[in-house]
Write a protein that binds this ligand. Sequence first.
Ligand code: NAD
Ligand code: UDP
Ligand code: UDP
Length: 343
Amino acid sequence: YEAYTEGFRGRNVVAAGKVPLGLKKKNLRIVVTGGAGFVGSHLVDRLIARGDSVIVVDNFFTGRKENLMHHFGNPKFELIRHDVVEPILLEVDQIYHLACPASPVHYKFNPVKTIKTNVVGTLNMLGLAKRVGARFLLTSTSEVYGDPLQHPQVETYWGNVNPIGVRSCYDEGKRTAETLTMDYHRSLGIEVRIARIFNTYGPRMCIDDGRVVSNFVAQALRKEPMTVYGDGKQTRSFQYVSDLVEGLIRLMEGDHVGPFNLGNPGEFTMLELAEVVQEAIDPNAKIEFRPNTEDDPHKRKPDISKAKQLLGWEPTISLRKGLPLMVSDFRQRIFGTPKTLIG
Ligand code: NAD
Ligand code: UDP
Ligand code: UDP
C-alpha cells in the first residue's frame, strides 16, 4: 500500500504539470491494452527497455503470446488475459489503450464485438484512468476521416464517414471513443491524449490478417499472385512501426491532448506498393485483380505538420527501407528458415 501511495503522490505531481523530465520518467507503472498485438508488442518492448513496469491486458483475439514471450519471467512485466469490454481494477500511472482489431477483415468478422470494444472498452479504460488519476492515450485511426474529401487530411477535418456501412463498427466506433475521451477530459479533468494512426506495417503483423502490406508480402514470398483490389489506384501512406511507437511515446509524455495524425506522408497507390514488394522480394511476382470491398476509402495521406511542430516528431523510415525489415520476419515465420540460407 505504501508503495502505491508513494507512486500516486509522484503521479499527482506529474498531473499538476511542470515536473522535471527526470521525475516523469521514473519507474512508471503502465498498462498497455492490446499489448499482445502488432503495434502493442513493439510499444511494450520500448517501455520495458526504458525501465518501466508494464501490464498487458489482452483477450488474444488478434494478438499472440509469441509477440511478448521474450518478456516472460521479467518481474517488471505482467500479462493478463482479459477482455476490455469487462471492467478491471489496476493501479497504474499511464494507460495506452490499443485494444481493438485493426485489420478490416478482423474488425468486420464480429462487428458488434468491435463496436463494443471501441465504446464499452474505452469507457472502462477511461473509468480506470479516472479512479487512479492515470494519463490515458487513445489509439484512434485515420479511418475517422472516412473516404476523405480533403487531401491530405488535417486534424481539423471532420471526415466523410458512412454511419451505417460495413466499416462503421470500426470508424464510427473510434469516433465515439474519441468523443468519450474528450468528454472525460473536459468534464472530469482526466489527462488524455489522442493519436490518429495511419496504415502501419512491420514485423509481427499477423501473416494472414488481410491487410494489404501483409497480404502482398506473404503472397510474394509464397509465390502466389498479389491480390490488388479494385483498379489498384486507391492510395495509402505506409508507416514503419518503430516510427509510430516513437510518436506514441512522445505524445504520451508531451503536454498536448491532440488529436495528432501519426503517419508517414509518403503516398502510394496499391499498384505502386506491389512494385515495391516486387523489388524487395521477387521481380517476377504476379498481380491479380479482385473486386474491391465496400466503402473503401479512395485516398489517404496524413498532414503531419501538427505532430512535427508540437511533438517534434516525424517518421524516419521510408517504405523502401522498412519493407525489407518486415520481409525478413515474414520469411522466417512462413518458412522457418533463417533468411541467410534463402539468399
Ligand atoms: P492488432 O490486431 O495486431 O492488435 C490489437 C490487439 O488488441 C490484439 O492483441 C487483440 O488481441 C487485442 N484486442 C482486441 N479486442 C480486444 C478486447 N476486447 N479486449 C482485449 N484485447 C483486445 O492491431 P494493431 O495493428 O496492433 O493495432 C493496435 C491499435 O492501433 C488498434 O486500436 C488499432 O485500431 C490502432 N490502429 C492501427 C493501425 C495500423 O495500421 N496498424 C492504424 C490505425 C489505428
Ligand atoms: N471501471 C473500470 N475500472 C476502474 C474504474 C472503472 O473498469 O478502475 C469501469 C466501470 O466499471 C464503468 C466504467 O469504467 O463501467 C466507467 O467508470 P466511471 O467511474 O467513469 O463511471 P460509472 O461507474 O460512474 O458509470
Ligand atoms: N487491398 C488490396 N489487396 C489486398 C488487401 C487490401 O488491394 O490484398 C487494398 C484495400 O482495398 C485498400 C488498401 O489496400 O484500398 C488498404 O487496405 P488495408 O486493409 O490494408 O487497410 P485500410 O487502409 O483499408 O484499413
